[in-house]
Design a protein around this ligand. Structure first.
Ligand SMILES: [Zn+2]
Length: 177
């Protein structure tokens, strides 16, 4: 529990920023939540640091328990092992595709999709149907790299400089069909 004098300090800071609670107990609750939050951040940074230290000893990376995290590329929950290297953590299926140079490493920390996009992300963010994506690949309008095992399609921006344009053009021609 956060001591009362500290809660009072937080109350002053919050009030200064225009945040006011009717109930005094709320200030105490907020203070305790903040402490938990910072503890969690510190723990997370600790973990990151430990992984980076281990990477210095094993530059090629190492296996870790997935613990239900998401793979940054295929987005699948990782229930078994995952692989950690300089590109971060990822599922073993995607790691194999990286090892075989089917997908470049930068796809794994390209969270804003500036250099690549997968068919799964296209469906979610651009609302493109799977059948349309497959058709565009078949027609050679989009160039896909296929992750063996999961079948996830990876589109690199350097090979597909105008993905949204291709999709838009297809939407126009498909209208009224
Ligand atoms: Zn994956």
């Amino acid at each position: 529990m956060v001591p009362d004098d500290r809660v009072l300090e937080l109350k002053k800071i919050l009030n200064k920023q225009g945040v006011k609670y009717d109930d005094e107990a709320t200030y105490s609750e907020v203070a305790n939540e903040l402490v938990d939050f910072y503890a969690m951040l510190a723990e997370w940074e600790d973990e990151e640091q430990q992984l980076k230290d281990r990477l210095k000893e094993s530059p090629k990376g190492f296996a870790l328990s997935g613990e239900g995290r998401n793979c940054p590329l295929c987005r699948d929950y990782i229930t078994e092992d995952m692989w950690y290297d300089k590109w971060g953590q990822k599922c073993m299926t995607c790691q194999k595709a990286l090892d075989k140079k089917i997908v470049p490493g930068y796809c794994f920390d390209d969270y804003k999709n500036e250099k690549h996009i997968t068919d799964r992300t296209m469906k979610l963010q651009l609302g493109v149907r799977a059948a349309v994506i497959r058709k565009l690949v078949r027609q050679g309008k989009l160039k896909a790299r296929v992750v063996p095992g999961s079948g996830v399609l990876v589109f690199l921006k350097k090979e597909n400089p105008n993905i949204t344009g291709v999709i838009e053009a297809d939407r126009q021609t498909s209208k009224g069909c």
